[in-house]
Write a protein of this length. Structure first.
Length: 281
């Protein structure tokens, strides 16, 4: 069998639930996997729903070759912006009206920052405080450090994505029914104890579409791409990459949409996936 390291690959890694255990820890093996893969000549990219400015420093400090952020609204390859898309004012106005009509907590994301009404910021603070009760494990880039700017300061011409959540069930399905194909709406990945949360982007704005832009820029083939994630905004990434890998901690229904399933985030999930496909030895 030929040495798979002789054929460089590119890996796209989700952040929350894939690199980062939803704000708590990063497995040491994940850091080792990224370092070893890049040293062997492979490329490793972040591929996250987060705004670039809200990626934890502990994640960025691992070192990556580029990033897809805001669920595919932005993509940077080796310091070059290869894709950028923001919401037209008419679409953003319709979203905000929907959030207010149904009394939903919401956040708006630009390239670098996140903005939210005071009620949403208070709800996030309350949830994070409750989530920390009884936790004794080391805190690596805790979500407790999450912050959002006042919604009044949001540069509305620069918004690329929206996130909403509520204590009530069914908010995602309701938004899909109301907007139809007007937006790309998926279930979110916020670790809420109940209720529902969703992520909203423009139609066609997905991690998968942004990955295609990166691959075209680099002159790489889909067959050389590996996508690893645990959330519903990773489905298009699975479809585009030659191999789509779901984390062992992902929703079982999401796992069915991937080509493979690796171990959970803190059980060497990324390292095991890299080893299986020859990015590390």
């Amino acid at each position: 069998m030929p040495d798979r390291l002789s054929s460089p690959k590119i890996a796209f890694l989700d952040v929350d639930g894939t690199i980062l255990d939803h704000g708590r820890q990063i497995a040491p093996s994940t850091v080792r996997a990224v370092h070893e893969a890049r040293a062997a000549g492979h490329l490793v990219y972040l591929c996250t729903g987060r705004a670039a400015g809200h990626i934890p420093e502990a994640v960025l400090d691992i070192g990556f070759d580029g990033a897809v952020t805001n669920g595919g609204a932005f993509a940077d390859a080796g310091g070059v912006r290869v894709h950028e898309e923001t919401m037209p004012s008419t679409e953003l106005d319709a979203l905000i009206a929907h959030f207010k009509k149904h009394d939903l907590h919401y956040m708006l994301q630009s390239d670098k920052r996140v903005y939210a009404p005071a009620t949403t910021r208070a709800a996030i603070k309350q949830h994070l405080a409750a989530a920390q009760v009884g936790k004794v494990e080391p805190q690596t880039s805790p979500q407790g450090g999450f912050s959002a700017e006042p919604i009044e300061e949001a540069p509305l011409a620069e918004i690329a994505k929206a996130v909403f959540f509520t204590e009530e069930a069914g908010a995602v399905e309701r938004a899909k029914a109301e907007f139809g194909d007007r937006f790309h709406i998926v279930r979110g990945s916020m670790p809420l104890p109940g209720g529902s949360d969703g992520e909203v982007g423009l139609p066609g704005t997905t991690k998968g579409a942004a990955i295609e832009k990166v691959l075209d820029h680099l002159g790489l083939d889909r067959a050389d791409a590996i996508g690893i994630g645990d959330s519903w905004n990773d489905v298009e990434m699975f479809d585009v990459c030659g191999v789509g890998i779901a984390m062992g901690n992902a929703d079982p229904e999401l796992q069915k949409l991937a080509d493979e399933v690796t171990t959970p985030v803190l059980e060497d999930g990324i390292y095991n996936a890299f080893a299986r496909h020859g990015l590390v030895t």
